[in-house]
Design a protein around this ligand. Sequence first.
Ligand SMILES: NC(=O)c1ccc[n+]([C@@H]2O[C@H](COP(=O)([O-])OP(=O)(O)OC[C@H]3O[C@@H](n4cnc5c(N)ncnc54)[C@H](OP(=O)(O)O)[C@@H]3O)[C@@H](O)[C@H]2O)c1
Length: 415
Amino acid sequence: MIKRTDKLYPVGELPEPGVLPERMYAWTLRTENLGEPKNAFREEIVPVPEPARNEVIVANLCASVNYNGVWAALGKPKNVVAGNGSYSDKKEDFHICGSEASGIVYAVGEDVKSVKVGDRVTVSGGQFDPDCPVVRSGADPVNSPTYRVWGYEANWGGYAQFCKAMEMQCHKIPDTMSDEEASAFASAGVVAYRMLTHWEGNRIKKGDVVLIYGGTGGIGSIAIEITKELGGIPVAVVSSDERGELCKKLGAAGYVNRKKFSHWGTPPDYTSPEQQKKWLSEATKFRMAVYRAAGKKQAPAIVIEHPGADTIPTSLLVCANNGMVVLCGATSSYWASIDLRFLWIGQKRIQGCHSGSEEDFIRYMDFMSEHGIKQPIGHVYSWSELPEAHQAAYEDRAFHGKSVIRICSRKEEKT
Ligand SMILES: NC(=O)c1ccc[n+]([C@@H]2O[C@H](COP(=O)([O-])OP(=O)(O)OC[C@H]3O[C@@H](n4cnc5c(N)ncnc54)[C@H](OP(=O)(O)O)[C@@H]3O)[C@@H](O)[C@H]2O)c1
C-alpha cells in the first residue's frame, strides 16, 4: 500500500521517499496548445499516478532536453497527445514529455525487484512489453511492436515532479555521477554507441574516418568522444567555426562548416543536367573539405546521420564504398530523396538505428566507466525555463552537448 499525502509540494521540495503526494506540478502538452515549444508547454497541476505491477514512480531530480520534446510540442509528424493511452496507460488529455531523467525512487509496483524506495536512479527512454513474443524469442527488443519511447509515445515522462516508468528503464547510478549527468547520457550516448558498434559488417575499426553531423549537439558531441576512444578519426560537421573549435576540444580531428556550402537537400534529377552538375560540384567540394578535416584522403567508413533530408543525399555521396550511413533521426525533415546510384555502385549501406535495449544501456554504462568518458553538458536550465530550453533546441541555438532542466535536484552546480 503506497502512502499518500494531500500536500502540494513546491517544485524543488519533496516529501520523504515512500510518500507520494496526490498532485504535482508538470509541464504538459495539450492538443489545443501545440506549436512552437515556447507556447506549447504549459505548467499545470496533475495527479501523481499509481505504479502498475512492473512500474516505478520516481521523483525527478533532473531531466535532459530531448529533441522528442520539440517534435511533441510541434505536434508533427504526429500528435502524441492524441495518441496518448495507446499503450497500457489510461488515456489523458495531457501529455508529459521528457525521455531521460535522474531521480529518487518513491514507489514501486508489486513485481519490481531491481530497485527499491530511496534508490537514486537514471531513467532511460526505451520501454517494451517483456512478454511480447519477439522479446521472448531473444530478438532485439527495439524490433518488438511493443517498443516505444517513454515521454514521447508513452505518457508520464520526466518533465514533472514525478514520473512513471517501467522497471527496465530504472538503473541505479554511482554516487560520483551528478544529477545532471545522470539525466543526460542515456539517450544520445546509447544511440551513438549503438550506431558505431552494433551493425555487423560496419562496426567502427581503428583508423576509420567517421563523419558526425551536429558535432556540438547531444548525439554529435558524444559520438566524437566515442569514436576517438574506439580509435576512429572523428570529423564534425557544424554551422559555425566557434562550434567547430569546440568539436576539436572534444577530440575531433577537424570540422567542416556546413554554412560554407549551398548544395544541401535533394540533388536535381536527370531532367536538369546543368543543375545536377552544379550540385555534384558543390557536394564534391564538401567531400574534399571532409578529407582536409580528417587529415587524409580517406572517405568516411561511417556517417552519423540525424539531420535527415538536408544532408542524406550528401552523406551517401561522401560515404566510403562498403561504408554505412547510419541514421537515428531527421531534424530537417524525414521526407528525403537520394540519387540511388551512389548507393548501389559503391555497395553502401543505409542503416536505421533507434534508441537501444537494456543490454545496449548496460554495455554503454560499462564502456563509459572503462574509458572515463562523460556526456558533454551545455546549459543547465531552471524548472521555469523548460519551454525556452526547447525553443533553443528548436531554433538550433543550444549547443555544447545536452541541455538539462533541474527539477528537484538541490545541488547547485555551475551552468
Ligand atoms: N532514435 C533515437 O534513439 C534518437 C535519440 C536521440 C536523438 N534522436 C534524434 O536525433 C536528432 C538529433 O538529436 P540531438 O539530441 O543531437 O539534437 P541537438 O542537440 O539539437 O543537435 C542537433 C544538431 O544537428 C545540427 N543540425 C540541425 N539542423 C541541421 C541541418 N539542417 N543540417 C545539418 N545539421 C543540422 C545542429 O548542429 P549545427 O547547426 O552546428 O550543424 C544541431 O546542433 C533529433 O532529430 C532527435 O530526435 C534520435
